[in-house]
Design a protein around this ligand. Sequence first.
Ligand SMILES: NC(=O)c1ccc[n+]([C@@H]2O[C@H](COP(=O)([O-])OP(=O)(O)OC[C@H]3O[C@@H](n4cnc5c(N)ncnc54)[C@H](OP(=O)(O)O)[C@@H]3O)[C@@H](O)[C@H]2O)c1
Length: 333
Amino acid sequence: MLSVHSILVMGSNGGIGLKLVWQLAGESNGPECVFATCWAPEGPQAHVKVVVCKKGIALEAAGILLSSQETGDNIKMLNARSVLVTGSNRGIGLELVRQLVGQSKKPEWIFATCRDPKGPRAQDLKNLADKHQSVKIIPMDTNDPSSVKAAAAQVTEKLQGAGLNLLINNAGIVKPGCLESETAEDMSEVYKTNVIGPMIVSQAFLPLLRKASQESPQKGMSCSKAAIVNMSSEAGSITNLLVFDLGHVLGYRCSKAALNMLTRCQSRGWAKDEILCIALHPGIVKTDMIQVDQGQAPLTVDDSVQAMLKTLGHLSEKDSGTFLNWEGETLPW
Ligand SMILES: NC(=O)c1ccc[n+]([C@@H]2O[C@H](COP(=O)([O-])OP(=O)(O)OC[C@H]3O[C@@H](n4cnc5c(N)ncnc54)[C@H](OP(=O)(O)O)[C@@H]3O)[C@@H](O)[C@H]2O)c1
């Protein structure tokens, strides 16, 4: 039998890790101490709140749940001081904000932007902001240049001279157009939101991203230093045409292919500023957006966001200008 005094299980908030912790803690000849580590001990995925060691002493989560960062630097975590997420009132955007505040090393400022902060669709975000001081709700319609400009001015004021480390261009829309029925109006609207929006938002926040890059003592590029993450989709991959038979969504595919080109251009143009730029596919995730039967969406929003935040923590200059999926695997353009 395994006979050790203490054992540390990484990634212990779910699945095999969680089972290992419970079995080791319940073993009569088991270890004296079981250290259960996870990325975000206070996050919704951390089910291990109390772990019982061999002598039956209940160890409180605070004492026993160390973040992976504290257990060794071989695992990198996102460590941005400030993050801005567009379209953060629901879906992937809201979950990004929720998990960012749950991180053990949470950002000091999380700018959660949405187009209608007073409306009923922003209630979940408002509840989150009421509980966490670091969450600042900023109104921003990414289709409206004056709204984007006003948001950039508000964020600049709140940062009090500091830069913005990470901009996540998440807001996006889809319209159900197929090859035969797509309309010029729908295609223009989708292009405006999914391509022009990220372009003008990136331009407006560029001075703050440059500032963050310049003031950082870190060498090279990272999402903790200065980065733009454009939420793309494998549906826009010209090579893969993901789930084409389930839905043409023509305007959406074309817009995400264009967003990928925007990302490549941003990465080339702003390399001298050491701003990392990537196009990120979150997977097929169960949200309001998904057009296919929800049962065909393999990922929950929790799982997708957890994996994406982990991926963002690992990126460096070699990744700038790439198209990645939620787990950090490279996708073909
Ligand atoms: N879900 C998936 O399977 C999937 C797959 C691949 C890529 N993506 C991408 O991931 C991103 C998030 O998708 P999701 O699934 O979370 O979609 P969602 O649940 O439909 O949420 C979309 C978000 O974007 C916001 N938005 C739309 N237009 C906006 C505008 N002009 N200004 C500001 N906010 C705007 C929405 O705000 P309102 O509430 O005001 O409408 C909402 O907060 C999108 O870019 C999407 O293309 C998603």
